[in-house]
Design a protein around this ligand. Structure first.
Ligand code: GDG
Length: 493
C-alpha cells in the first residue's frame, strides 16, 4: 500500500543525494493582481496537484512558464520564488515567453496540433510551420533553464506532457549525465494517425532522448512502440518495452495517474464542505429528488454535447422524472483563444438553452449550467449532493474527475456513469460504462443510475473506492521514482 509516508521515505532514503527538477508548462502557484494586492493561486490542474507533494518532500526545482500577471513581481534575480508561499518547501523557477512564443508553442502546436492528433475525436489537427518553429524555440528556452538548474550535480529531470517532446533530446545532447524521464498525460494514438504529423521523425527523436517515458496505459505504450517501429530506424523490443536508437535506450512504461485519496476524502468529510452543500441547496434550489452532475474543462474531448443529448433523450423517454430531477454542469472555460473551443462553447450554450426551453415546466428547469471555475470545497459539496456523476469523454488519457467523485463519496452512495474511452474505465469497472457517442445508451445509463437499488450502489461504490484508494497518487509517484532510481549516474557526476 503506497502512502504519503512511504513516498517520503523512498525520497528521503534513495533520492537524497540527487536533485529533482520537474518541467511543466503549468506552474503550481500563480501570482496575480487582485486590485493593487498580489494573490497566489493554485491552478485547477490534476497534474500540478499530483506533483506538488513530491516536490515538497524533496525540495526540488519546478520549472514552468510564468503565466500570472504578477509573476515577475514575485521572483528574485534568478527568476526563483519559494513555494508554497505560506510554508516554503521548494523552488519554482519561472520561464518567460513572448506572446508569439506562447501562441505558437502552447495554443498552436501543443493544443491545435498534438492535442487533437493524440485524442482522435474527429477534430482535425492544425499543423502550422510557424507553430512548429515556436515549439522548437520554446523547448530550447526550457532546455537552457534546466541545464542551469542542474549545473553539474547528479540530477533527475522529470518532464510533464506533450508541450516538451523535443526537450529530452536537447538535454541529453548537452548533458548526457542527466537522468531524464517524461510523462505523457494524454493518449498516444496508433501509428496510422500519428503519421499525419509533418515533423514526426524529429518529435519522436526528441522523445527518445528520455531514459524513461511513461503513459497512463499499457495500450498507449504499445501504440508508441508501434509508431517508432514504423517511423524510425530503431530496435523496438516489444517484450521488454524498450527502444534503442543510436546506442541510447528508452524504457517505455505504464503508470496510471491518480489522486491523493485520503486527503481528498478527509476534505470531503469536513464541516466546510457540509456548509457549502447547504449553500448550494439554497442558492441553486437543489431540493430536487434526484441530482446529476458533470464537471469539466470546456473541451471537445470531454463529450459535453453528447452528454446533453443523452439528457435530452432521457427526459423525452422518461417524463415521470420531470420536475423531480436536475442536472448541474460545471464548465470551466479553457483554451479560449482557439477557434474549436469557441465553437464548442457556442454549441454547448445553444444545446443548453434549447433543452431548458423544451423541457422547463412551472419553475423547473432541468439543467443548471455554471460556466465558472469553482473551489475544491464547492466541487466536493456537489459530489456529495449528486446521485450520479457523468464523465462522458470521447477519449481521455485518464480522467481525474471520475476518481475525485468516487473519493468524495465516503457514504458509499452515488453512481458513476463513465465513458469506456477514458483511462479511468480500466480501473473503475464498477461504474456504469457507456459509449458516449451512443445517445440511447447514455439516456439508459441515466435511468439505470437513478433506479439502481441502494445495495448495488453501495457494492459498486465500495469497489471503486477501494481501487482509487489502492492505486493512489503515491503509488503513481512511487512507481515513477522507483523506475528512475534504476538508472545509474555515471561515476564522475
Ligand atoms: C489531462 C488529461 C489526465 C475541473 N474543473 C474544476 C476543477 N477541475 C479539476 C478536476 C481535475 C482536473 O481539473 C481535470 O483533470 P482531468 O484528468 O479530468 O482532465 P485534463 O485537465 O484534461 O487532464 C487527463 C490528466 O491530464 C492527468 O494526467 O487524467 O486524461 O487529459 O482534478 O477536479 N478543479 C476545481 N474547480 C473546477 O471548477 N477546483
Amino acid at each position: 500500500m503506497w502512502t504519503k509516508e512511504a513516498l517520503h521515505e523512498l525520497i528521503a532514503n534513495k533520492l537524497h543525494d540527487h536533485k529533482l527538477v520537474i518541467v511543466a508548462n503549468r506552474e503550481p502557484y500563480i501570482h496575480r493582481f487582485a486590485g493593487t494586492r498580489i494573490e497566489c493561486v493554485q491552478p485547477a490542474s490534476g497534474m500540478a496537484l499530483a506533483l506538488d507533494p513530491i516536490m515538497r518532500a524533496c525540495d526540488g526545482v519546478w520549472i514552468a512558464h510564468g503565466s500570472g500577471n504578477a509573476d515577475r513581481k514575485t521572483v528574485d534575480a534568478q527568476d526563483h520564488v519559494r513555494v508554497p508561499p505560506e510554508d516554503p518547501r521548494y523552488t519554482l523557477r519561472r520561464v518567460w515567453l513572448t506572446k508569439e512564443q506562447e501562441n505558437g508553442y502552447y495554443y498552436g502546436l501543443s493544443n491545435e496540433g498534438l492535442w487533437p492528433l493524440c485524442h482522435i475525436v474527429f477534430t482535425r489537427p492544425v499543423f502550422d510551420p510557424k507553430h512548429w518553429q515556436a515549439y522548437r524555440e520554446v523547448n530550447r528556452v526550457f532546455a537552457e533553464a534546466v541545464l542551469e538548474e542542474a549545473a553539474d550535480q547528479p540530477t533527475f529531470v522529470f518532464i510533464q506532457d506533450y508541450h516538451f517532446a523535443l526537450l529530452p533530446r536537447l538535454l541529453k545532447e548537452r548533458n548526457p549525465n542527466l537522468i531524464v524521464a517524461q510523462f505523457w498525460h494524454i493518449p498516444w494514438p496508433n501509428s496510422e494517425t500519428f503519421r499525419a504529423l509533418p515533423w514526426k521523425e524529429e518529435l519522436l527523436e526528441g522523445l527518445l532522448g528520455n531514459d524513461l517515458l511513461g503513459f497512463h496505459l499499457r495500450y498507449h505504450c504499445q501504440n508508441f512502440l508501434e509508431t517508432v517501429n514504423r517511423t524510425l530506424e530503431a530496435k523496438v523490443d516489444e517484450e521488454r518495452f524498450e527502444i534503442t536508437r543510436s546506442g541510447k535506450t528508452t524504457a517505455v512504461r505504464p503508470f496510471a495517474i491518480s489522486i491523493d485519496f485520503d486527503q481528498h476524502e478527509a476534505q470531503a468529510r469536513s464541516i466546510a464542505v457540509g456548509r457549502v452543500m447547504e449553500r448550494w441547496q439554497r442558492d441553486l434550489g437543489l431540493n430536487a429528488e434526484f441530482i446529476g452532475l458533470g464537471i469539466d474543462r470546456i473541451d471537445y474531448t470531454k463529450g459535453i454535447p453528447e452528454r446533453l443529448r443523452a439528457l435530452d433523450r432521457f427526459l423525452e423517454k422518461y417524463p415521470a422524472y420531470h420536475e423531480r430531477f436536475v442536472f448541474v454542469q460545471i464548465g470551466v472555460p479553457s483554451r479560449v483563444h482557439i477557434r474549436e473551443y469557441k465553437t464548442l462553447d457556442d454549441e454547448v450554450e445553444n444545446l443548453l438553452e434549447n433543452l431548458n426551453w423544451k423541457w422547463s415546466k412551472n419553475s423547473w428547469r432541468p439543467i443548471i449550467f455554471l460556466k465558472q471555475h469553482c473551489s475544491r470545497t464547492e466541487m466536493m459539496a456537489l459530489h456529495r449532493l449528486a446521485h450520479f456523476c457523468i464523465v462522458s469523454s470521447l477519449h481521455d488519457g485518464m480522467n481525474l474527475v471520475a476518481k475525485e467523485y468516487v473519493s468524495s463519496r465516503f457514504d458509499e452512495d452515488g453512481v458513476l456513469i463513465l465513458s469506456q474511452f477514458t483511462g479511468a474505465a480500466r480501473e473503475l469497472t464498477d461504474a456504469v460504462l457507456i459509449n458516449p457517442f451512443a445517445v440511447e445508451e447514455g439516456a439508459e445509463a441515466i435511468r439505470t443510475a437513478l433506479e439502481m437499488p441502494e445495495s448495488e450502489r453501495q457494492k459498486r461504490m465500495q469497489k471503486m473506492r477501494a481501487a482509487v484508494s489502492d492505486n493512489n497518487i503515491y503509488r503513481w509517484a512511487g512507481k515513477v521514482i522507483s523506475n528512475l532510481l534504476k538508472f545509474e549516474f555515471p561515476e564522475n557526476t
